[in-house]
Design a protein around this ligand. Structure first.
Ligand code: ZN
Length: 455
């Protein structure tokens, strides 16, 4: 079966909805289960929603005021969803490489964060991350860090969709010198930003079961449940961390979190590498949302999560880049390529983690991880207009037999030509529409030049 079959159908009558934006002429990958690509397609957007998805009809006449995006020679697809990142860590990109995780975290990252993070650096580092994400086709992100107020401001200015969480840890942290106040500060953060924007939801992010106490973990989940918001956590990233939890509690991390009564669909767990079959089954049974972070896990030599096993149990796993100090970029196209290949090499099975599954992780399943799968992650009539256009006019994308394979194994973020979030164009012909890249890069260069991190 070819993926380029023309599917003769129209998902709606557009006569009552004069679109503001029309994207036409490209191969549409809707990411709706079971749907083949539509080629050539037309996607109509009115305000912030997709109002029509159809095979391109030559007889169609565009309303005079509509912005028409000619996607001939391109792929049209849902915007990518980065389900785990620490956006302002762009500030530390390339400053602490080729180190074991413990040394990387305790000797490099925590001291650098303590010395250099302040509202201004977090704001500009977040803007740099937003630039990079827009330029590589990310339209939604799930983030957790310190001084998260400033990340909210940056993401809002960029026009991205996001769940942004204030970091919680039982050490003195940037902006939260007294760990006894970590939950108070995080609650104030949520209260400040809840309802601020339709595109941004606030939340809490517990660093890990090893760095947060039982009381903190229980409290964070109780507060998150009170706001009907997810709670993020790093889970079983290294075998050392698992040993530490076993030593401290007598239980493996997943069983420990279960004992604390925080293991349910409200928990979003990143990494999830060192798990027994029993732990994976418990996570699946409780509906815990998992985020795969393959490049960071490879770079820090943390291990390979058993994603295929989780998927076989019906879990919808998201895909994340982690922060730029452990990746070192925010390009989800590269992350998809890596996720597929790590899935194969870690199991010895080349059939494992095929391109279609990996694309779901970065789109529709990512929407499920963020709890917004009814609104984003697929191109369907009625959904929010989060759409990207990938330019195929490059040697590494010729010929095109299977768009799924080309997107996962050949494309990279620089092939993204246009980006729309919530009906607003953020990137048009690779020109930023909401941010000034020169201003942001210059500001980050100036701020980081005072860090003294050059080797
Ligand atoms: Zn992380």
């Amino acid at each position: 079966m070819t993926h380029l079959d023309i599917t003769a159908r129209s998902l709606g009558d557009s006569s009552h909805d004069e679109p503001d934006i029309i994207i036409e002429g490209g191969i549409l990958i809707t990411m709706v289960d079971g749907e083949d690509p539509i080629n050539p397609a037309r996607v109509c957007v009115k305000k912030n929603r997709i109002v029509d998805v159809q095979v391109m009809d030559e007889a169609f006449s565009s309303p005079a005021n509509a912005e028409v995006i000619d996607a001939s020679g391109c792929i049209i697809m849902p915007g990518l969803i980065n389900s785990h990142c620490h956006t302002p860590m762009t500030l530390f990109r390339g400053s602490a490489d080729d180190l074991p995780l413990r040394e990387w975290l305790y000797d490099k990252i925590f001291p650098m964060e303590s010395e250099h993070l302040r509202p201004e650096t977090v704001y500009w580092g977040s803007l740099l991350g937003c630039l990079e994400m827009i330029a590589s086709g990310t339209t939604s992100l799930m983030d957790g860090y310190f001084f998260e107020d400033d990340t909210v401001q940056a993401v809002h200015r960029a026009g991205l969709r996001a769940h942004l969480a204030q970091g919680v840890i039982d050490f003195p942290a940037p902006g939260v010198p007294d760990p006894g106040e970590n939950l108070i500060k995080a609650t104030e953060f949520i209260e400040k930003w809840v309802g601020f924007s339709d595109l941004i939801s606030p939340g809490m992010f517990c660093h890990s079961p090893a760095t947060c106490s039982e009381k903190t973990l229980r409290g964070a989940m109780e507060i998150s449940r009170g706001f009907s918001l997810p709670l993020q956590i790093h889970l079983s990233e290294t075998s050392d961390e698992v040993d530490e939890i076993i030593k401290k509690t007598g239980q493996r991390p997943v069983h420990y979190l279960n004992k604390l009564d925080i293991l349910d669909e409200g928990l979003v767990a990143a990494h999830a590498i060192h798990l027994t079959r029993d732990e994976i089954e418990l996570l699946a049974e409780r509906g815990v949302r998992i985020v795969h972070v393959p490049e960071s896990n490879m770079k820090l030599s943390s291990g390979a999560a058993k994603i295929a096993e989780m998927v076989s149990l019906g879990m919808k796993v998201g895909l994340g880049t982690d922060g730029c100090a452990s990746n070192n970029d925010l390009d989800l196209f590269q992350e998809m390529d890596t996720a597929a290949k790590l899935g194969k090499v870690s199991t010895g099975d080349p059939v494992n983690m095929e391109a279609g599954t990996v694309l779901k992780m970065a789109t529709s399943w990512g929407g499920a991880v963020l709890g917004i799968e009814q609104e984003v992650g697929t191109i369907e009539k009625g959904k929010k207009a989060d759409i990207i256009v990938i330019d195929l006019q490059s040697p590494h994308l010729v010929p095109l037999y299977n768009p799924f394979s080309s997107l996962v194994y050949s494309a990279n973020g620089a092939d993204v030509r246009d980006v729309i979030v919530d009906g607003q164009i953020l990137l048009r012909d690779r020109i930023f529409q909401t941010l000034d890249p020169e201003e942001i890069m210059e500001k980050v260069r100036a701020l980081t030049s005072t860090f003294g991190l050059n080797t």
